[in-house]
Design a binder for this molecule. Structure first.
Ligand code: ADP
Ligand code: ASP
Ligand code: MG
Length: 411
């Protein structure tokens, strides 16, 4: 008999029928003698609907009230799922984040979980109940409702699994596992049997939204066995594993991630003197804008062009900040582009193979795709390209690295 924490995402609870199907699935686990804690998202589209409502009310709503609003989506699904379970003879009880006491810090709309009380959950499990917990939400020490950022129900699931020392945290979604790349973009994408935490963390950070980044961080830190599966069809899914000796035989590239959420800004003709980077990025960081990639290049005339990327939502704000910076630095001008995309190849096998980046650049060159920026780490290479070439680039790289479903896995 095992203890499973099962998280069902928005599409998996998107209608009364889908919620009933989840209830049947949970009943199946109970009949096999397992204990089950379920974490649910809001019904698909509901969180977006609530955010749009808020924006109709006010351009920049108070984050505290935003959390009070968007957390309601999950409260609906916990209650409906418990009703569905009871209807088919499974005893169940619903809890909001605050009722469990998913304690978070005070950063509204992007709070981090600090502690989870497990007493009530354990008591219910001991009494033979299924416990249904609202994902994505918590409460701070002053009793304010907080939320964990988009996709945050994954993190609730993993954190609860860690706190309860569950045998496995199962993330049920609308695809049957983690694929070599988003299967909605590349038809030939392949499901991975396993992927390491390290690779999954890169994939999630670089844009693969199948798991929230923090959920992967949490699972890695607390060694929570984590599996991504489909709620629509049976199958083994993908196991996220701790890196082991098998890594030696792993393919060079495990997956391709991409992200359309970035924008690029360049300050041109900056005098080449010490302190410039800090005088450009200092005001950006003080405006609470996160910077991702950075490139600086000295030209023959002893000026530099300084380029960096930010989240697309911060593009206008960053442009405003740079106008002032240009004046203060005596730079020529600042320019920007928000029609860019970042494509990344990820794989722990890269560590022991040379020439991975050049193979990537060859594949992009063969499609006439211009690379605007490059960044590398031990297990990834990322490039910024024009957004209109994104899908072409992902497909070309998927084939170049032999990831297509019809290919055999290369060394
Ligand atoms: P949920 O609502 O269940 O949390 P999400 O929409 O957050 O589901 O995540 C599942 C989606 O992630 C899939 O529908 C798929 O389009 C996308 N996705 C992106 N990259 C990958 C990948 N490498 N493998 C699988 N799915 C991916
Ligand atoms: N409902 C929230 C969202 O749409 C949290 C989640 O689904 O994980 O982002
Ligand atoms: Mg999700």
């Amino acid at each position: 008999m095992a203890l499973y924490v099962q998280k069902y995402g928005g599409t998996s609870v998107g209608s009364v029928e889908r919620i009933q199907a989840v209830a049947e699935k949970v009943k199946g686990f109970r009949q096999q003698g397992h204990d089950v804690v379920v974490v649910v998202s809001a019904m698909s589209g509901e969180t977006n609907r609530l955010i749009a409502l808020a924006q109709d009310m006010q351009t920049q709503p108070d984050p505290r009230e935003m959390d009070a609003l968007v957390s309601t989506g999950e409260q609906v699904t916990i209650a409906l799922l418990c009703m569905a379970l009871k209807k088919i003879g499974v005893d169940a009880r619903s809890y909001t984040g605050a009722q469990v006491r998913v304690l978070t810090d005070k950063y509204h709309t992007k709070a981090r979980i600090q502690d989870i009380e497990t007493e009530r959950v354990r008591t219910d499990l001991d009494q033979g109940r299924v416990v249904v917990v609202a994902g994505f939400q918590g409460v701070d020490t002053d009793g304010n409702i907080t939320t964990l950022g988009r996709g945050g129900s994954d993190t609730t699931g993993v954190a609860l699994a860690a706190a309860l020392k569950a045998d496995e945290c199962q993330i049920y979604t609308d695809v049957d596992g983690v694929y070599t790349t988003d299967p909605r973009v590349v038809e030939g994408a392949r499901r991975l049997e396993k992927i390491t935490f390290e690779e999954m963390l890169e994939m999630a950070s670089l844009g693969s939204k199948v798991l929230q980044i923090r959920a992967v961080e949490f699972a890695g830190k607390y060694k929570v066995p984590l599996r991504v599966l489909s709620s629509f069809k049976d199958g083994p899914g993908t196991l996220i594993t701790i890196e082991d000796d098998e890594a030696v035989e792993k393919p060079v590239i495990s997956g391709i991630a991409f992200n359309r959420d970035e924008a690029k800004l360049t300050v041109m003709g900056v005098p080449d003197i010490p302190g410039v980077a800090s005088r450009i990025l200092g005001p950006i960081s003080r405006a609470n804008i996160e910077v991702d990639m950075i490139v600086q290049n000295i030209a023959a005339d002893h000026t530099t062009d300084f380029t960096f990327t930010v989240h697309r939502n911060d593009y206008d704000k960053a442009q405003g900040v740079l106008q002032q910076v240009v004046k203060e630095l005596g730079a020529r001008e600042s320019v920007g582009n928000n029609k860019i995309a970042k494509v990344s190849i990820v794989g722990v096998g890269m560590r022991s193979h040379a020439g991975v980046a050049s193979k990537m650049f060859d594949a992009l060159a063969a499609e006439n795709i211009n690379i605007q920026m490059i960044s590398t780490s031990e297990i990834k290479v990322s490039v910024v390209i024009a957004e209109k070439y994104l899908e072409l680039a992902v497909r070309a790289l998927h084939s170049a690295f032999d990831l297509d479903a019809s290919d055999t896995v290369s060394e």
